[in-house]
Design a protein around this ligand. Structure first.
Ligand code: DQA
Length: 137
């Protein structure tokens, strides 16, 4: 089973960005642990701060992978382009968020992606990614 985790803008700063909200581990160290926890999954990881690159990656994997775990970060709340890509590809997409976006500013309460996602996991810290991966097993 082939699954990719795709992270959007500013998530390259995990571990040093607003650690009270996002925690203090880097995504790379978490990802290394995740690979050990899910040995049956062929797991890959992609991060970009650029909207079009995220769309290109969804197109690239969207007809051959078994699943996408997508944290589009701020683009979740703004991007019709990423929403259309999620709707257009065949691979199911699970939307994740580290923080509980509903307990934060109201502009974070809207997701353009959620209507076309297979499901949404919000607010469990980095464990949100783990829960999303489990949903594919
Ligand atoms: C986030 C929540 C978004 O509102 C924010 O812009 C992010 C991260 C999360 O994982 O909690 O960058 O997607």
């Amino acid at each position: 089973m082939k699954i990719i985790i795709i992270n959007g803008p500013n998530l390259n700063l995990l571990g040093k960005r607003e650690t009270d909200i996002y925690g203090s581990s880097t995504f790379q160290s978490f990802f290394d642990e995740l690979k050990l926890k899910f040995p049956s999954i062929e797991l890959s990881y992609y991060q970009s701060n650029i909207e079009g690159e995220l769309i290109d990656k969804l197109h690239e994997v969207g007809y051959s992978y078994d699943g996408v775990v997508l944290n589009a970060a701020a683009y979740t709340h703004t991007s019709v382009g990423i929403a259309d890509a999620v709707a257009g590809i065949e691979t199911p997409v699970v939307e994740v968020h580290i923080s509980n976006t509903y307990s934060r500013e109201s502009f974070r309460h809207t997701s353009f992606l959620a209507p076309n996602a297979k499901g949404v996991i919000i607010g469990f810290g980095l464990q949100s990614y783990e829960l999303a991966l489990s949903s594919f097993l």
